[in-house]
Design a protein around this ligand. Sequence first.
Ligand code: DC
Length: 236
Amino acid sequence: MTAAPLPVVTLDGPAGVGKTTLARRMAESLGIAYLDTGAMFRCLALRLGPGADTWEDERLQAACAAHGFSLEGNGAATRICCNGVPVRGEIRTEEVGMLAARLGQVPLVRAYLCEAQRRLAEQRPLVVEGRDMGTVVFPTARFKFFLDASPEVRALRRLRDLEARGQAADLAELTEQIRKRDAMDRNRPIAPLRAAPDAVVVDTSTLDIEGVLGTLLHIVSVHGGATLLHACGGVQ
Ligand code: DC
């Protein structure tokens, strides 16, 4: 039996740090797919609705099991699908983000999605992004990065993102929401947001996306990323 390919790159970090954009751009450069695990939590949160984090185990387990995840496409065109249908932009609101953070505190939900994430990574090499990729879900991944930036910088980036999608938002409110979500993600007892001991920590506060992308790709390249991608079936 051949060893399952492992995700080549893990990107962890707090809300609004730019993980999804970076994962997409890295995947495009490396010629592989990316997995936005926040989209999985968000999708479940939206479909199950407010209060699902308080449901009794049996009900919640059945609801999770009714949602299967798959990936289509490659590089920047990768799409995460729920029950065969691409997940849509409606998950990208702060309200859904907060519901997702609540759901992410429930061990049963984390176990379900952790298993789903590992199954997706058995099929192909991936750039995976989330909160616990390098620490819990893929502890043996070859390249691990932890991205950080101040809450103010992240709130401003989120504001720009939302505006680009035609959604109005208030900067002070966004900063407050980001601080709240940080507290939930960092302080939960299970799989809290933190850098893996072997992750490269990059403070992105003063770097633009191109600067961060260049730094990460350089590290992957000088440490044999292309060879590894070939070995585990990447496109490049
Ligand atoms: O990355 P994001 O903002 O889309 O994630 C939304 C929420 O989902 C986040 O605040 C916590 C939860 N989440 C998680 O607990 N673990 C992950 N790997 C990804 C997201």
